[in-house]
Design a protein around this ligand. Structure first.
Ligand SMILES: Nc1ncnc2c1ncn2[C@@H]1O[C@H](COP(=O)(O)OP(=O)(O)OP(=O)(O)O)[C@@H](O)[C@H]1O
Ligand SMILES: [Mg+2]
Length: 98
């Protein structure tokens, strides 16, 4: 895949590498978390070992008591915060690389 000015209806993740090259990965919408740990403040973990996925086109609902971590998970998917441990992948790409 390459970048172009015309509208093609196709979307890609732009993935810059340390050696200066850039690769494009077709965007399908696959979102995964693996064993994620996170806390807003040091020494107070609010998510521990969270593993979940949403496949392309799938609709997912977060259900749980107040304070369970629903908003926190959506904050992490948007990378408003960086995780303490584990992995978040969009279409197989590390969220930190996009
Ligand atoms: N900005 C923040 N700083 C510190 N702690 C926070 C912050 N936001 C949330 N927390 C804590 O993180 C935990 C998860 O909260 P979160 O807001 O993700 O829950 P929630 O499931 O969205 O709850 P609700 O149903 O009330 O919206 C709670 O213990 C909460 O007190
Ligand atoms: Mg909330």
């Amino acid at each position: 895949m390459v970048e172009c000015k015309e509208r093609t209806g196709m979307w890609a993740w732009k993935h810059p590498h340390e050696n200066g090259t850039t690769t494009y990965t077709k965007l399908t919408g696959d979102v995964r978390m693996y064993d994620v740990d996170f806390g807003y403040v040091k020494d107070k973990i609010v998510l521990h070992n969270i593993t979940l996925y949403a496949e392309p086109g799938q609709k997912v609902a977060f259900v749980g008591a107040t304070g369970a971590g629903k908003t926190t998970i959506t904050n992490l998917i948007n990378r408003f915060y960086d995780i303490a441990d584990g992995k978040i992948r969009y279409d197989g790409i590390n969220i930190n690389k996009i």
